[in-house]
Design a protein around this ligand. Structure first.
Ligand code: SME
Length: 154
């Protein structure tokens, strides 16, 4: 479906219902809901800050094709830069990025949002799209809302 305001509100409600159940597998379901609902979301996944290693992300639940990037150091690629800076990265055209880790040649754009819990970075939400420049303020609104919801659950 095309992302519009009604879909943003519906997805926030759906994800809240999933998260409030607090059973294992919920984050996978969140990924699946987002990927299945929004036309321009082709890969949706969580990276988690690895509790064992310093400054490294480990791949968590995701929906989409498997990726070789299961461990990403802070500073590496878009995900690592988002972890390093604690800032949202919205890349409308990945071909313009030099510090980028490609998961598939089909990917044209990407958005990565850091997730904080009690002031500490705990993970990230990463979305890849096969479309060029697909992301708008609606994506940011939706995905920031979802990151807030899942932050205490990661
Ligand atoms: N493209 C990301 C790597 C993760 S994949 O998109 C799943 C990056 O540059 O950090």
């Amino acid at each position: 479906m095309k992302l519009d305001r009604n879909l943003v509100l519906k997805l926030l409600e759906d994800v809240e219902a999933v998260i409030s159940r607090q059973t294992s597998g919920d984050l996978s379901e969140v990924c699946r809901i987002l990927r299945d609902s929004v036309d321009h979301y082709d890969w949706v996944g969580f990276y988690l800050v690895d509790p064992e290693k310093e400054r490294e992300l480990v791949l968590g639940p995701y929906a989409g094709k498997p990726t070789e990037h299961t461990n990403i150091g802070f500073g590496q690629g878009i995900c690592g830069q988002a972890a390093e800076t604690g800032k949202l990265f919205l890349i409308q055209d990945v071909s313009m990025e030099s510090n980028y880790l490609s998961c598939s040649p089909e990917v044209r754009s990407e958005i990565v949002l850091p997730i904080f819990h009690e002031g500490k970075l705990v993970g990230e939400l990463d979305i890849d799209s096969h479309r060029f420049e697909p992301f708008s303020d609606l994506d940011t609104e939706l995905l920031e809302g979802i990151c807030r919801m899942v932050s205490s659950y990661i």
